[in-house]
Design a protein around this ligand. Structure first.
Ligand code: UDP
Ligand code: MG
Length: 338
């Protein structure tokens, strides 16, 4: 049995779900009397009462710890912060809206006991998603599978259990662009999949609209595939060959049939086509250059504005503690000191 299990939960405007989530998590983990636990909630700049709810939970349950980001940095950053803060020998990552049922955790722990280092909970169906989103995700998985250097199992979300070693490996990755689904596949280790039935949201609304999903998809692809960059040289070669053939045809035509037409349509079409291709390829290069830009700026992934439940660093004077038990953390999170 694990000695200490950490449950890491990104939270964005989920005040309606947190109490229920905590109750169900606690009920599940109560089945393991000998096991210690910590719940790490990362409030990703919520605009509702999420953080107050977490502070209240922390007063009732000492195993609740919460970080609050200085603004909304995105789910990937929230998960990264949670994984850095977690100290358990087993870490479970899950959504806060109860779409990931806590009751699946015992099966994950069982797999871990049998030797798995990462247990991926794969959703059995996508019934809870709107049709457009289901089509989009399907398309993305196929596209990603074809282009990228890592495989992500279809239906695998961020509901996972990690062994300590895996968490350490993920935490050691230096990149700012964190596409968790890709990263978790990239690190490897002994992975196993289990199935679960995804539930409806317990309350609130999904924060991933189509535009955000599209950005997420582009992020994921460009972090884990070079194909979009390379495909342009291939297209260039094909276009050059085709235009060579066409040129020969034109010469032949002029020699044997004489010049018939002024050729305006041909010029227009080929010009438009080629400049279109050039613009697309520039755009793709722009995506990667942008990514290089964000990486070289070396900005932190997130800034923490508040934390509750974590032991204050020994060096911190007592006056830096708020009346409600929060203490003022250092602005730069661990791991960015280099
Ligand atoms: N989330 C987050 N930051 C964001 C958006 C979402 O931490 O900017 C969290 C959210 O609180 C939830 C999880 O990510 O725990 C999944 O979000 P959501 O349920 O909105 O997405 P969906 O289930 O529709 O994919
Ligand atoms: Mg959800």
């Amino acid at each position: 049995m694990p000695h200490l299990v950490s449950v890491v939960v990104p939270v964005y405007n989920e005040a309606a779900c947190l109490d229920a989530l905590h109750a169900r998590l606690a009920a599940v983990l109560d089945r393991y009397p000998g096991m210690q636990r910590e719940f790490i909630f990362v409030d990703d700049g919520s605009r509702d009462a999420s953080f107050d709810t977490l502070v209240a939970l922390g007063r009732r349950d000492p195993s609740v710890k919460a970080l609050r980001f200085a603004r909304n940095f995105g789910k990937e950053s929230a998960m990264a912060a949670g994984l850095r803060a977690a100290v358990g020998d087993v870490v479970v990552l899950m959504d806060s809206d109860l779409q990931h049922p806590p009751e699946v955790i015992p099966e994950m722990i069982e797999r871990w006991q049998q030797g798995a280092q990462m247990v991926i909970a794969v959703r059995r169906s996508r019934q809870t998603d709107p049709l457009a989103r289901r089509l989009f995700t399907r398309g993305f998985y196929h596209f990603f599978q074809a282009l990228s250097e890592v495989d992500i199992p279809e239906g695998a979300g961020d509901f996972r259990l990690f062994d300590r070693r895996v968490v350490d490996a993920i935490n050691a990755l230096p990149e700012r662009n964190r596409f968790m689904k890709g990263i978790t596949s990239w690190v490897g280790f002994r992975q196993e999949e289990i199935e679960f039935e995804v539930a409806e949201r317990a309350g609130g609304v999904s924060s991933f609209n189509m535009l955000r999903l599209l950005r997420y998809a582009i992020d994921g692809l460009s972090s884990f595939s070079m194909v979009p960059l390379r495909v342009w040289s291939f297209i260039g070669v094909v276009l050059a060959l085709l235009s060579g053939v066409y040129g020969l045809y034109l010469i032949g035509e002029a020699l044997f049939l004489g010049v018939r037409t002024p050729g305006f349509p041909t010029i227009m079409v080929s010009m438009l086509f080629v400049s279109g291709v050039q613009l697309i390829s520039l755009g793709v290069i722009g995506e990667y250059v942008g990514r290089i830009f964000t990486e070289v700026k070396r900005r932190p992934l997130y800034l923490v504005a508040d934390e509750v439940g974590f032991a204050p660093p020994a060096s911190l004077p007592a006056t830096a503690t708020h009346a409600d038990g929060r203490h003022v953390p250092s602005l730069v999170p661990d791991g960015f000191a280099s």
